[in-house]
Design a binder for this molecule. Structure first.
Ligand SMILES: O=C(O)/C=C/C(=O)CC(=O)CC(=O)O
Ligand SMILES: [Ca+2]
Ligand SMILES: [Mg+2]
Length: 420
């Protein structure tokens, strides 16, 4: 029997009672931010549920984790508390449970229409790291930037390559992205050109939200890495390809990627994603023992990117991909991050890297889709090599259950011009 809620949830809604993703919202512009879960077209205000004494399990009954302006405290509590919260909320929202269903006053206080709230970043992000875990993306970038001889460098098959990003410029879906200015590669003996980026791109990614951290000096074992993952979100790692190509040798991405990174507002938990696990790709050569998992799994999450070109009414799908194409798993990324003793903290953000699939229609950025601007994409009458001012990029993603969806909502951003 499929669990049903007393709240009507359309079968196409991303926010079924099987999902219950966590976010942070303000019911009114002047109210304090508070945690909530999305259900159908509503947000359930967890601060109200906690005040009503309805988190009555042993781990959460005296906790103030839902009276906070972000989810850091809740995510730090770990999987037993997350399971308890999920069980409490699924019961409270189920069609057969009268506690909330038949209490008009509590419903009025705790269920807020989703379209009336302001959504905020769900966690305070201390640190942000971005991996490079899709083999298709890596090969394509290698050919584009370094030529077809040796597109994938030797280290790539032995470890999940990554760089440290910038947490300060991570923004919530809906925030405008200012076109960055910077230097690009010079031609001949001329000085490097400087100005607004001419190769502004999106990168289709997802990202782990870290739950409990690890102590400095104490790596996380690969087989317990999943206990440090609260859930995942959609992420657009906006990238200026011209700035990147000139600045990033030998130390890696810097100003070409830290001018804005957009997250979707709802963190979908690993518990909700459990029915959608699939085998991770076979890894050859086999990874070292510290990266070898007893069970190596990915998640089957359909992903789509649309662009609404400046001045147009309609958006156009530019790519369809899936998280299952990742070569390195989320748990391998996390374990590798800590193997030298580096400490992760609750709320840290670990991007997967651009999620490209094997087909030309499943490439995760314009760099690959237009082969660094050599080809153009046609979008219902408009053409694009890279993003123009006024273009709006929207990611969406979901898992298809039996009669319900477990989805991520959208991750969207519009490009606005560089300052004069
Ligand atoms: O291969 C390169 O030179 C560059 C690669 C990227 O820009 C990718 C990156 O930021 C990580 C990722 O999103 O996969
Ligand atoms: Ca990236
Ligand atoms: Mg970025």
């Amino acid at each position: 029997m499929v669990l049903k809620s007393f709240i009507e949830v359309h079968p196409d809604s991303h926010f079924s009672v099987q999902n219950l993703p966590y976010g942070v919202f303000k019911p009114h512009p002047s109210s304090a931010p508070r945690p909530g879960v999305a259900i159908g077209d509503y947000v359930l205000d967890l601060s109200e549920i906690a005040s009503a004494g309805l988190f009555d399990g042993p781990l959460l009954n005296n906790s103030d984790c839902f009276n906070q302006p972000n989810l850091n405290k809740f995510v730090s509590l770990g999987r037993p508390a997350w399971k308890e919260a999920r069980a409490t909320l699924q019961k409270l929202l189920s069609a057969t449970e009268p506690t909330l269903r038949d209490n008009a006053n509590l419903r009025q206080k705790s269920l807020v229409p989703l379209n009336s709230v302001e959504l905020l970043l769900p966690v305070a992000i201390g640190d942000y790291t971005d991996f490079f875990s899709s083999l298709h993306h890596t090969k394509n970038c290698g050919v584009i930037f370094r030529g077809p001889q040796n597109p994938v460098l030797q280290n790539w098959f032995h470890l999940p390559v990554a760089y440290h990003g910038r947490a300060s410029s991570v923004v919530i879906s809906g925030t405008d992205i200012v076109r960055p200015r910077g230097q690009a590669h010079p031609t001949g003996d001329s000085p490097p050109p400087f100005g607004p980026s001419l190769k502004l791109d999106f990168e289709l990614e997802m990202a782990t939200i870290v739950g409990p951290g690890n102590e400095l000096g104490k790596p996380v074992d690969i087989n317990s890495a999943a206990d440090h993952i609260f859930g995942i979100v959609l992420m657009n790692d906006w990238s200026a390809r011209d700035i990147q190509a000139w600045e990033y040798i030998p130390l890696g991405p810097f100003l070409g990627k830290n001018f804005g990174t957009t997250l979707s507002p709802w963190i979908v938990t690993l518990e909700a994603l459990e029915p959608f696990t699939c085998d991770a790709p076979k890894q050859d050569p086999p990874p070292l023992p510290y990266l070898t998992e007893k069970v190596s799994k990915n998640y089957d999450i359909s992903l789509e990117v649309r662009i609404k070109p400046a001045g147009h009414e309609d958006s156009c799908v530019v790519t369809r991909s899936n998280l299952k194409h990742l070569y390195w798993t989320l748990t391998q990324q996390l374990a590798h991050h800590t193997i030298n003793g580096c400490n992760l903290r609750p709320g840290d953000l670990l991007g997967t890297g651009t999620i490209s699939g094997p087909e030309p229609e499943s490439l995760g950025c314009l760099l690959e889709l237009t082969w660094n601007g050599q080809n153009s994409l046609s979008l219902n009458g408009a053409t694009r090599r890279f993003l123009e001012d006024g273009d709006e990029v929207t990611f969406t993603g979901y898992c298809e259950g039996n009669g319900y969806k477990v989805g991520f909502g959208t991750c969207t951003g519009k490009i606005v011009p560089s300052p004069p």
